[in-house]
Design a protein around this ligand. Structure first.
Ligand code: NAD
Ligand code: ZN
Ligand code: ZN
Length: 344
């Protein structure tokens, strides 16, 4: 008899997810099976379910790339993890391991990379199949609920701050204080940077202040570029744009100091106008950043294990997923919703 499990499945782009019973997957050779304890809900899951990006997932699929759980079964030949380990199944589900990008630890851009909850079924389900070579190892002392947001929102914002190449004592802007941004502020402070938080919601900016941001700018009022330049003495050395809104991108380039770096991680569909003269004449670098490699994952988790970064989470059952997506689309999730299997 095949065992069944609950999953939230995208059957059609732009339509509510369907909660249904599906077969518990069987791990093949070299794969593992994980019993899900928690899974964060990332704005990327919403883009995936809406079919927002040029490369679309194949329907039907189960989203979720912040799934944390316990290894319950090993496929043939697996030695990298053992039954009972607590691991996370991230966006970088697997890669080829031997192309020029994999060799350089730039594996997130591997042409053969698979993505959790996108090209592979993800964590909005009671069980997840994973590649043991690419799972996140959750440090003892972190609960699965605290760990969940770190394996996408945490690693992405941490890596993005590193990619700005801002040094201790310099300024960074974190634009968008949601799942990614509220962690980005904490990583930046832990790295000795001054932080200017930018959002369009005063509640998010109050939260940024509680998390240690040194300046707050509401992008809905007045001239946010001028406000950031004033707060930072001429623009930020590094700008991290997490906002899923095209308007934030042009502003973010304008907020960048001469010779500074503007790192793009938010992924709203579309294009944004780039003020070419300003970029050239101010010697600004604009750089994309895509999650992070396995080394970045271990570092991002370690900051939390040491108590220097803590995700703010709201626990919800899997059955609430469509309401959560609705809130996320309207910017109404304070930081990160984490699905809690004990309550499902
Ligand atoms: P979220 O919904 O939790 O947070 C977004 C925040 O941006 C909210 O606080 C919202 O108020 C704010 N915002 C909206 N418009 C704004 C504007 N014009 N200016 C400033 N702030 C604005 O989303 P999230 O889970 O943090 O994800 C953010 C984006 O990052 C999504 O597009 C997601 O797909 C993308 N993402 C990219 C990567 C990557 O590897 N590059 C990884 C994870 C997520
Ligand atoms: Zn590769
Ligand atoms: Zn994500």
């Amino acid at each position: 008899m095949t065992l069944k499990m609950q999953a939230a499945v995208v059957e059609q782009f732009g339509k509510p997810l369907v909660l249904k019973e599906v077969d518990v997957p069987t791990p093949g050779p070299g794969e593992i099976l994980i019993k899900t304890e928690a899974c964060g809900v990332c704005h990327t899951d919403l883009h995936a379910a809406n079919g927002d990006w040029p490369l679309k997932p194949t329907l039907p699929f189960t989203p979720g790339h912040e799934g944390i759980g316990i290894v319950t079964a090993l496929g043939a030949g697996v030695t990298a993890v053992k039954a009972g380990d607590r691991v996370g199944v991230p966006w970088l589900y697997s890669a080829c391991g031997h192309c020029e990008y994999c060799l350089a630890a730039r594996e997130t851009v591997c042409a053969d990379a698979q993505f959790g909850g996108y090209t592979k079924n993800g964590g909005f389900a009671e069980y997840i199949v994973a590649d043991p070579n690419y799972v996140a190892h959750i440090p003892a002392g972190l609960s699965p609920f605290e760990a969940a947001p770190l394996i996408c929102a945490g690693i992405t914002s941490y890596k993005g701050i590193k990619e700005t190449q801002a040094r201790p004592g310099e300024w960074v802007v974190v634009s968008g204080v949601g799942g990614l941004g509220h962690l980005g502020i904490q990583y930046a402070k832990a790295m000795g940077l001054h932080v200017c938080a930018v959002d369009i919601d005063d509640g998010k900016l109050d939260h940024a202040k509680r998390l240690g941001a040194d300046a707050m700018v509401n992008a809905k009022h007045g001239d946010p570029v001028a406000a950031v330049k004033k707060a930072t003495g001429g623009g930020a050395h590094g700008v991290l744009i997490t906002a899923p809104s095209l308007g934030a991108f042009k502003q973010g380039v304008g907020m960048t100091r001469k010779f500074g770096t503007c790192v793009l991680v938010g992924l709203p569909p579309g294009e944004f106008p780039t003020p070419l003269f300003d970029v050239v004449a101010n010697c600004i670098t604009i750089r994309g950043s895509f999650v992070g490699n396995r080394g970045d994952m271990a570092e991002a988790l370690e900051f939390a294990a040491e108590g220097r970064v803590k995700a703010d989470i709201e626990l919800q059952p899997l059955s609430a997923i469509n309401t959560i997506f609705g809130r996320l689309a309207k910017g109404e999730v304070p930081s990160r919703v984490v699905l809690d299997w004990a309550n499902t």
